[in-house]
Design a protein around this ligand. Structure first.
Ligand code: SF4
Length: 457
């Protein structure tokens, strides 16, 4: 009973977070930067921040995450980190030879007031950035927003590469948001099946799910290339998957390069995937391919086969806004009852969207943005659920309340394989259903008396 001190009684808290449902901005910026081919993320702050961000990503993706640090000491903390960053840029290009250094700030460098744009200018003036190499910088103070904000800011920063030649390239930009490498690969596969030539950024497929070949590559083959990022300014349109993760970058491309954008939900579940496919189909001016229609039919078939086990099962979910919106819609569409929904990321719009999606549910729904897992646990104590969907930190609540847990979201520190199997799209929907039903039936079998312990469903 690790969380045995969590009381049932809920009291108003305004200035205290207990068991946060978010982590810090630079982790998101670092993950996004890894989706650029040949990019070395750089943490402009102290070594401790960088070590924490790298280790969290390493523990989730089970891959060594390379990132450099400005390694602030007392001097930099007082006088600013410009000298450290200039030295770092010089060292990194000399030793590691990346195509891009993607710098993000930390609480410390933000509090000092370091200006990344000005420091980059100085690096260019002093000849520290070799020809054909790039330094980009995102401001990611962790005392506002969350890891989602940091991800979004770094993705928006990537649009600085975009160029307009005046001639359209016939491609569609897809900004997938913070999803697993396998999800990014699946989004590319779906676009290809529809016949859409896409530029997906960021793209961590082939970076954080690369094969073990026996040969170490500092920069794996995957990732969006700088050439692709430059070309994104000539695309015919942008599809941003997720208001919180992707919309800012898409709107920036629209503003600066007149690339029209559409903001969609992340394609988790049947309806959101339908909307994504429809948007792709409309842009390409084609019909949906037979192969995709076949995959959709499989998902519909599985939903109808499994429906009896899902019907009116109560679910608590925690995670990031874009994922939760699509997941809530999916759960409602299969007649489950997502009754407690929490994200650590701020945003009143999130609560409004969830209220819309759950409006017709036959029960009360608790929803909170900028909430924490302590509150979610209290809700679960007051109104028990049949299933919890959460990242690894959900395991403590799951154990205390004796509720089955589906691990989904970020971070998943105590399981493997999540980076290899997509949960987006129709194929991903199959996997989500399998995970949910497995947990529910495992629990049923654990609790069933022997006469009900059936072999056949
Ligand atoms: S100091 Fe700020 S950036 Fe560094 S680990 Fe803590 S919250 Fe994150």
């Amino acid at each position: 009973m690790l969380l045995r001190h969590t009381p049932e009684e809920i009291t108003e808290r305004t200035a205290l977070t207990i068991n946060p449902a978010k982590t810090c901005q630079p982790i998101g910026a670092m993950y996004a930067a890894l989706g650029i081919h040949g990019c070395l993320p750089h943490s402009h702050g102290s070594q401790g921040c960088c070590a924490y961000h790298r280790s969290t990503l390493t523990r989730h993706y089970k891959e060594p995450i390379s990132a450099a640090s400005s390694s602030f000491t007392e001097g930099a903390s007082v006088f600013g980190g410009q000298a450290n960053l200039l030295q770092a840029i010089n060292n990194i290009f000399t030793v590691y030879k990346p195509d891009v250094i993607a710098v993000h700030t930390t609480c410390l460098s933000e509090t000092i007031g370091d200006d990344l744009k000005q420091i980059r200018k100085k690096a260019i003036t002093e000849g520290k950035i070799p020809e054909g190499k790039y330094v980009i910088g995102a401001s990611t103070p962790s005392y506002v927003g969350s890891h989602v904000t940091g991800f979004s800011t770094m993705v928006k920063t990537m649009t600085e590469f975009a160029e307009s030649t005046g001639k359209k390239n016939g491609k569609v930009n897809i900004i997938p948001g913070w999803v697993e490498p396998a999800d990014m690969a699946e989004i590319k596969r779906m676009a290809k099946l529809i016949g859409v030539d896409s530029i997906v950024f960021p793209d961590t497929s082939g970076v954080l799910d690369a094969p073990l070949t026996g040969e170490y590559k500092m920069f794996p083959d995957g990732g969006t290339t700088v050439e692709e990022l430059k070309s994104s300014g000539d695309s015919v349109g942008t599809l941003a998957l997720g208001e919180w993760c992707s919309a800012a970058a898409a709107r920036e491309l629209d503003k600066t390069h007149k690339v029209p954008c559409k903001v969609l939900d992340m394609p988790f579940g049947l309806k959101a995937t339908d909307r994504f496919v429809d948007a792709l189909r409309t842009i390409a001016g084609v019909s949906v391919s037979d192969e995709l229609a076949y995959e959709r039919g499989q998902l519909v078939d599985l939903i109808s086969d499994m429906h009896q086990y899902f019907y009116h099962k109560k679910v608590a979910i925690a995670g990031d806004p874009d994922q939760l919106i699509a997941m809530t819609e999916f759960l409602v569409s299969i007649d489950m009852l997502p009754v407690h929904i929490i994200t650590g990321t701020p945003g009143k719009k999130f609560e409004e969207r969830i209220r819309e999606i759950t409006a017709d549910m036959p029960c009360e729904v608790n929803v909170k943005a900028k909430g924490d897992l302590f509150l979610l646990h209290q809700w679960m104590k007051n109104d028990p659920v049949d299933l919890l969907i959460c990242n690894s930190y959900g395991k403590y609540m799951a154990r205390d309340e004796d509720v089955p847990l589906v691990r989904w979201g970020f971070p998943i520190l105590d399981r493997q394989c999540h980076q290899y199997f997509p949960t987006v799209g129709y194929k991903g929907g199959l996997r989500l259903l399998e995970k949910i039903l497995d947990r529910l039936l495992d629990r049923k079998e654990r609790d069933d008396p022997e006469p009900k312990f059936e072999l056949v469903l």
